[in-house]
Design a binder for this molecule. Structure first.
Ligand code: GLC
Length: 669
């Protein structure tokens, strides 16, 4: 049962696609105050677990910390951070009372989940202009499925997007890309995509190509002949440069976000000074979306949308303030560190420079034009990335309505999951980020984001062979499986390390599993279900399973138990029921062992991929393949329990013939 409550005069975010008649009484759970801003308060029972918040920091159970939905380009995902790139304002309380609440509010909103007081949940925001959707159900899993129904079907990528992708910020020339393709091929490691980061463009201008790529369609074709798709990045900011068509058209048609005085707002990002397309304006969205044609016309079939929180390195206004301060700083000859009186010290100057990026002040300096109404950006901040990706998604429907495109974004809001997936942004080559990745996946699924994954190996900082292998062994199961790293960090393509055969094996296992993973992804998307689930969703009455956060259920058949610690040779696992322990061994064989319900220690070497098959279930396995297009789904073998059956979904992976009953067949063990 879902009830909608309206407070004040909310902005229509379009996160929810079903219409409701609003209630006139107060919600049955918690207390609401709309007098001074908005506050929802609920007293939690000692055993209550709080799920949700999608792409957020810390655990699967969100209880015990404070999180702020305020889309932020912050590349230091340390434990103390409250905001990441996304705003997924859906929580589910599971315990004394079980219910879910979606706070449909497009600006900064705080979720204090037992942080200020361990038994109090408070959700608060500055303006009492929002919609609340309160969902009752017996179990969090049912509540999630109800929520997913009202926000619309999750994005479905083409099948090739389930292959492995290599990325690195710093590939510039055709030969850089050829080298990656050729090395993977020589080493016999499957590869389906190479990502093009900002250096493919001319001076970081969206929808342009550097001189190197004059004959781009030929190059795209050359790569396709090697079974590789090139996936270019698109950034939110449009470079200010006379003669650049995207800039000139945007200025002429007033498609950019404007200051209060009507001038186009200027923000510095990778290209230097840029304007932000007003993605909330339907006309501007259509215009920007149609620009993707420049690349689709040349054979491109997928993109990643970046810097769309939107990220601002500094604004003209912010820089002017800092310069003024710098003059005072230069005239401070007292040599002290914190200044005094009118003088500016080293620390103050440093703080000022650091605060230039993504400053809340800048988000108040520009406006959107939504159907003739002017709206200050900070009031709808969390919708920017959503609408950038929507621009692309809507355009793909016009460009090739029958075809699927790969699309994922850095910033997002609930609703964007209909148009694309997300990657989890600039993580680091840290073991703690592998664990964060594991815990974040089911939460993202609860909010509708099924096509998702992290930068495997870690984006910032230097990876190690061991960390990359363990990251990949988890990435085998994430729909988006991409190795990406930052400029200046240690190179982390698989061939940069010793014993490359271990990488070949781990990534090879992904390809053997793709028929199953794709089938479960499609079933989840088509029935508004989850691909990744916490154990408690499958075993609701098992108190122990409710507390496990480092093992996940995938689809309806398997449980995964990734290794996320340096030098570990294995780990403890908890089995809520008897299961078959499967290990993909480096010699290509598969070990099987039935383990009873309870706690076990399992050995897992660095070059092995473990998974568990639930009792009386089975899954299909393909023969090893070099790329997704070469996977033979007609001749599958089954592993699992004798006599079990599996409903297998498959389609051409290109078109949208999802409802065809022929896409399903029953496979038997
Ligand atoms: C941002 C992105 C990262 C990309 C970089 C350069 O930091 O999150 O993935 O490599 O920009 O474009």
């Amino acid at each position: 049962m879902i009830r909608k409550y309206i407070y004040g005069n909310p902005y229509e975010t379009e996160a929810v696609i079903r219409s409701f008649s609003p209630e006139d009484n107060a919600p049955a759970h918690g207390d609401i105050s709309a007098a001074d801003g908005f506050t929802f308060t609920y007293t939690m029972d000692e055993k209550d677990i709080v799920y949700g918040l999608g792409e957020a920091n810390r655990g699967l159970n969100k209880r015990g910390y404070c999180y702020i939905s305020d889309c932020s380009d912050d590349s230091e995902h340390t434990e103390d951070k409250r905001s990441l790139y996304a705003a997924h304002n859906f929580i589910i309380i599971d315990g004394a009372q079980t219910f879910g609440v979606f706070f449909d509010y497009p600006a900064r909103i705080t979720f204090d989940i037992g942080y200020t007081r361990s038994d109090i949940l408070t959700v608060s925001c500055e303006r009492a202009d929002l919609c609340l959707y309160v969902i009752d159900g017996d179990h969090p899993y049912d509540i999630v499925k109800e929520f997913r129904k009202i926000t619309g079907r999750s994005y479905i990528p083409p099948k090739f997007a389930f292959g492995y992708g290599q990325s690195r910020w710093g590939y510039r020339t055709k030969d850089d890309f050829r080298k990656v393709a050729d090395r993977y091929c020589q080493e016999g490691i499957p590869l389906d995509m190479i990502y093009m980061d900002i250096d493919y463009m001319d001076a970081y201008k969206d929808f342009t190509l550097g001189n190197e790529f004059d004959d781009f369609s030929d190059f795209v074709q050359e790569m396709k002949e090697k079974h590789i798709r090139l996936i270019p990045i698109i950034d939110a900011g449009v470079k200010i440069e006379d003669g650049y068509d995207v800039y000139e058209e945007g200025v002429k048609n007033r498609y950019f976000c404007q200051r209060e005085d009507g001038s186009d707002f200027v923000a510095a990002v990778w290209p230097g000074d840029t304007h932000f397309p007003d993605f909330l304006n339907p006309e501007a969205r259509r215009w920007f979306g149609d620009k993707y044609r420049f690349l689709t016309d040349q054979g491109i079939e997928g993109f990643w949308n970046d810097m769309n929180e939107p990220s601002i390195f500094y604004s003209k206004e912010g820089l002017a303030e800092a310069k003024e301060m710098a003059l005072k700083f230069a005239n401070n000859d007292t040599g002290n560190w914190d200044g005094s009186g009118e003088s500016i010290g080293v620390w103050q100057m440093g703080d000022k420079l650091r605060s230039l990026a993504n400053s809340p002040e800048d988000y108040k300096r520009f406006y959107h034009n939504v159907n003739g109404k002017k709206i200050r950006h900070d009031k709808v901040h969390n919708l920017f990335g959503f609408n950038m990706t929507r621009a692309a998604g809507e355009a793909f429907e016009r460009i090739a309505p029958d075809k699927r495109f790969l699309m994922f974004s850095r910033s997002s809001y609930v609703g964007m999951h209909r148009y694309g997936g997300v990657w989890t942004g600039d993580n680091k080559s840290w073991w703690s980020h592998l664990l964060l990745n594991i815990k974040m996946m089911p939460s993202l699924n609860m909010c509708g984001f099924l096509y998702t994954g992290a930068d495997l190996g870690g984006f910032g900082a230097d990876t190690t062979r061991e960390l990359l292998l363990r990251f990949l062994a988890f990435g085998v199961f994430t729909p988006l499986m991409r190795n990406h790293s930052a400029l200046g960090t240690r190179e982390q393509e698989c061939y940069q390390f010793e014993n490359i055969s271990d990488f070949r094996h781990v990534i090879g296992v992904r390809y053997r599993l793709i028929p199953y993973l794709y089938s479960e992804y499609m079933k989840a998307a088509l029935t508004d279900d989850l691909y990744f689930k916490p154990l408690s969703f499958t075993y609701p009455d098992n108190e122990m399973a409710r507390r496990v956060e480092d093992q996940l259920m995938i689809g309806n058949e398997i449980m995964i138990t990734p290794i996320y610690e340096q030098n570990a040779r294995g780990r403890y696992v908890y089995l809520p029921e008897e299961m078959k322990f499967i290990k993909f061994l480096p010699n290509g064989s598969i070990s099987e062992e039935v383990l009873s319900q309870g706690i076990h220690y399992i050995d897992v070497a660095l070059n092995e991929v473990p998974l568990f098959i639930r009792k009386d279930r089975c899954i299909p396995l393909a023969q090893p393949a070099e790329c997704v297009d070469m996977i033979d789904t007609k001749h599958l073998t089954m592993i699992g329990y004798k006599g079990a059956e599996y409903i297998f979904y498959d389609d051409d992976g290109v078109h949208k013939d999802y409802e065809n009953p022929e896409n399903y067949r029953t496979l038997r063990m």
